[in-house]
Design a protein around this ligand. Structure first.
Ligand code: ARG
Length: 466
């Protein structure tokens, strides 16, 4: 197979070298974007009278046929043709004859590949925005069901203070909403049209870059041809946005693993998202959650790969850049799969009735409320903290809890306790009194649900020009 660049070469490429430099095995998935970009470029060339309308129609017809071939699984990729761009161009010439060679006028593979990745990431980024929205909505309807379910909140993985389960779920929704905003913002910098930059210097042909941008629904054209063909910051930003998203999912997964353990026993995952053990018949393992947690690692790896790939590249294009594709593709696939699986897993999971006596295992969840009670009575908070600490120590020594210690015993520790202390330190009243904006009181949680509901109902802005 004759290579499009073979003109100045006398010897053929070494076989191993050919295999080494080929990217077609992985970049073939860009075929639809490569063809869409080529059609727009070709129509622009005709509009600017750089090629004739007749030639343009022939080329566009050929490109559409190639698209069909790909869709029907009939396109034969050839390793010797290195990458998706040359495979398509070569097939085009086969189909329409030498006029196919006019397509690459005023274009280089350097700006072409950049365009393809941008078109690809724009589609995928928009899909990620939709998937995040779906998951956030699932969590929101779960939160609505649990505005009366009290659980212990943890710090240092030790029971800390009672909170509403809804409040805990809403914390993750806040994170997801930020992830969504981050992706929308990332899309602004992806949505820039690089064609016309050619190899690095721009082109001498009188092209109309804005017209190409319009055909491809880009909101802007790139400002500097050297920058446009050589940077991949938009892809790095995309991966970093996904890395943060995966970090959030991974933290939640960690909790799901804990909650579905027999030690916690808060949550039962459905059979559809768990697996069994090949040796221990009783096991039902939270594999979906574990895998999402595990996969966050490879996404971080992809981000670091891209940063490292770029760190000492001189301007402008270098072949190293071909190595950007696999980490990008893997990041997209992992994120989309993880979001869908997470949604299915949590949608089909069932929260168990969390019995309050199990919730407050230590019996000291409302110790802070006891200190607050004393402080409200005028005891300086530091002293109130000390008295409560002594009360806890006394309870531990005598095998009691804050709920079943007697009033007399409390009085012996401090005369500042009154009979109303006990109603202050129930789990319910503890929760109800956290009525600060953003707090765990039901009133606040209901308001948070309403705010997030409104936010998630609004169609997210994606910035693609219609
Ligand atoms: N397959 C190449 C890549 O992914 C396309 C650009 C090739 N450009 C070049 N000057 N060899 O980066």
């Amino acid at each position: 197979m004759k290579k499009p660049w073979s003109g100045r070469f006398k010897q053929s490429t070494d076989k191993l070298m050919e295999e080494f430099s080929a990217s077609i095995s992985f970049d073939r998935r860009l075929y639809a974007y490569d063809i869409t970009g080529s059609i727009a470029h070709c129509q622009m060339l005709a509009k600017c009278k750089i090629i004739s309308q007749t030639d343009s129609k022939k080329i566009v017809g050929g490109l559409r046929r190639i698209l069909k071939e790909f869709e029907l699984g009939k396109f034969q990729c050839d390793d010797q043709l290195e990458d998706i761009h040359m495979n398509i161009e070569s097939r085009l010439t086969e189909l329409v004859g030498s006029v196919g060679g006019k397509l690459h006028t005023a274009r280089s593979r350097n700006d072409q590949v950049c365009l393809d990745i941008r078109l690809y990431l724009r589609d995928e980024g928009e899909e990620v925005v939709q998937l995040i929205t779906i998951l956030a909505k699932t969590l929101l309807s779960l939160a609505r069901k649990h505005t009366d379910t009290i659980i212990p909140g943890f710090t240092h993985m030790q029971q800390a203070q009672p909170i509403l389960l809804a409040h805990h779920l809403l914390a993750y929704i806040e994170m997801l909403v930020r992830d969504r905003e981050r992706m929308q913002d990332t899309l602004k910098r992806i949505n820039i049209m690089p064609l016309g930059s050619a190899a690095l210097a721009g082109t001498g042909f009188p092209i109309d870059r804005k017209y190409t941008a319009k055909l491809l629904h880009f909101s802007e054209v790139s400002n500097n041809s050297i920058d446009a063909v050589s940077d991949r910051d938009f892809a790095i930003e995309f991966c970093s946005t996904i890395a943060i998203l995966m970090m959030h999912l991974s933290r939640f997964c960690e909790e799901i693993v804990l909650w579905s353990s027999s030690e916690f026993d808060w949550l039962e995952l459905s059979d559809s998202y768990t697996t069994g053990s090949s040796i221990m018949p009783q096991k039902k393992n939270p594999d979906a959650a574990e895998l999402i947690r595990g996969k966050s690692g490879r996404v971080y790896g992809n981000l670091v790969s891209l940063l490292t790939l770029m760190k000492s590249l001189p301007l402008a294009y270098n072949k190293d850049l071909q190595e950007d594709k696999e980490p990008i593709f893997d990041t997209v696939d992992t994120a989309k799969m993880s979001l869908s699986i997470f949604n299915g897993m949590i949608k089909s999971a069932r929260f168990k009735k969390i019995p309050l006596h199990r919730v407050d295992i230590s019996g000291f969840l409302t110790a802070t409320d006891m200190a607050d009670y004393l402080a409200e009575k005028g005891v300086p908070f530091r002293l109130a903290h000390e008295i409560t600490g002594q009360t806890v120590a006394y309870c531990i020594e005598s095998g009691k809890t804050l709920q079943n210690i007697t009033f007399q015993e409390l009085k012996n520790i401090s005369p500042r306790f009154d009979k109303d202390i006990f109603e202050h330190i129930t789990l319910g009243s503890s929760v109800q009194r956290k009525n600060v904006y953003g707090g765990t009181a039901k009133k606040q949680v209901v308001a948070q649900i309403a705010r997030l509901d409104k936010k998630l109902k609004n169609k997210p802005k994606l910035g693609r020009k219609k």
